[in-house]
Design a protein around this ligand. Structure first.
Ligand SMILES: Nc1nc2c(c(=O)[nH]1)N[C@H]1C(S)=C(S)[C@@H](COP(=O)(O)O)O[C@H]1N2
Ligand SMILES: [Mo]
Length: 386
């Protein structure tokens, strides 16, 4: 005998299946965004570590001086990739935030872990993107030192991300086209999800397009969102720290002193330095904050000066600036960089003597090296063999 359908139960059943369909669509959207975020955070983590260990060599690894533009590539990927990640993370948060108040709050041990990860994962990811953005905009409203906070938080976020991905693996596998999986879940991709993902991709593309010109010169004209642009600045090169900000003035009695573990101490006047073999190189300044710009530099090879002082082939060199204080007044040069023929004590930039803002009378320019290590207003080279 046929039972008459109960309208109330029918409505509940329809509602439940609609909700399930919406949930599934949301889950797949979230999973797709998760895959993209996984890729972008992995790239940011790896390129960030490269940048960190270049600035703080760990002893077991020395960064090579070639290829010339390698750091330009890794740091460009770090900063531009980070900016592109902002719309991606916002879209992901928008897709998943209703789950914050799901009921019951905990369904299983795995689910409990997933929920406990929300704070380090989401909080940490937001912290990285916001502090990174503020830093490249030269806006420092936070009370901590950006570099250290950004570095340590990276481990927290990446660790949380690994656990999260392991936890979500089953859902990511669900990304395979529904038809090929068969079964009751088989449903064509809805236009709204596709439209949403296309909009997110478009937003990411737009951010990329309006910032990549700060390091990829052919697109410089489009770099509307970039705080520094190649070609804009004195001698057609941006300046990060001016001489006024560094408290450096023209020093008529300037001499370059080479000291430390040397066979012969040197003290060279500008005229004596200019009398040494002059070399011209084309190299970029690659700021850790993402912008980079090529320029033509002329000056004396660092290795020529060090050889004149009788320096050990394995020695390291501390380059010291006239600048009295400041975090970037000294930098270390390891053997691969000072042996490189492209590494100059630059005296000229783009065909004219260095301007004071660019490091007059003498600055370091080396291939494949972060901008913070391209010390300006050099006064002393201190050689050490340990
Ligand atoms: N002495 C000194 N050198 C320095 C800095 C500094 O603050 N002090 N800033 C560095 C940074 S962060 C960058 S990106 C480059 C910028 O070089 P530019 O001003 O010649 O373009 O110089 C580097 N050299
Ligand atoms: Mo920089």
């Amino acid at each position: 005998m046929l039972r008459r359908p109960d309208p109330a139960r029918l409505i509940t059943a329809i509602g439940r299946s609609a909700a399930r369909e919406r949930d599934e669509r949301d889950e797949r959207t979230a999973a797709w965004l998760g895959v993209w975020l996984g890729v972008s955070f992995t790239v940011a983590f790896v390129t960030g570590l490269i940048s960190h260990f270049m600035q703080h060599p760990p002893g077991w690894a020395v960064w090579p001086s070639r290829p010339v533009g390698l750091y330009r590539l890794t740091q460009g990927a770090h900063v531009i990739g980070g900016l592109v990640t902002i719309p991606l993370l916002l879209a992901k948060l928008w897709t998943v935030y209703p789950r914050l108040w799901q009921w019951p709050p905990v369904r299983s041990a795995g689910h409990a872990l997933e929920r406990a990860l929300v704070l380090p994962l989401v909080g940490g990811a937001l912290f990285q993107l916001v502090t990174g953005l503020f830093n490249i905009a030269y806006f420092y409203p936070f009370p901590f030192f950006f570099t250290a906070a950004h570095y340590w938080t990276a481990y927290i976020v990446f660790g949380a991300l690994i656990v999260h991905v392991a936890n979500e693996w089953a859902k990511v596998r669900g990304l395979r086209p529904a038809a090929s999986r068969g079964g009751p879940g088989a449903r064509p991709v809805g236009p709204s999800r596709r439209g949403f993902l296309a909009t997110v991709a478009g937003a990411c593309g737009l951010v990329g397009l309006t910032t990549v010109g700060e390091t990829f010169t052919p697109l410089g004209g489009l770099a509307l969102l970039a705080p520094r642009r190649p070609g804009v600045g004195p001698q057609r090169l941006p300046v990060n720290k001016t001489a006024a900000a560094a408290g450096v003035t023209r020093d008529q009695a300037w001499r370059l002193v080479v000291t430390g573990d040397v066979a012969r101490e040197l003290s060279l006047s500008l005229t004596e330095l200019r009398a040494m073999p002059r070399h011209v190189v084309r190299l970029p300044i690659t700021c850790v904050e993402g912008w980079s710009a090529e320029a033509t530099w002329a000056g004396v090879r660092l290795r020529d000066v060090l050889h004149a002082a009788g320096v050990d082939a394995g020695a390291r060199v501390r380059v010291e600036s006239l600048e009295a204080g400041g975090r970037y007044r000294v930098s270390e040069v390891d053997p691969p960089h000072w042996h490189d023929e492209l590494t100059l004590l630059a005296l000229e930039l783009n065909g004219a003597p260095l301007s004071l803002d660019h490091g007059y009378p003498c600055r370091l320019i080396a291939p494949d090296r972060p901008g913070v290590l391209q010390t300006k207003w050099i006064a002393r080279l201190v050689v050490h063999t340990s």
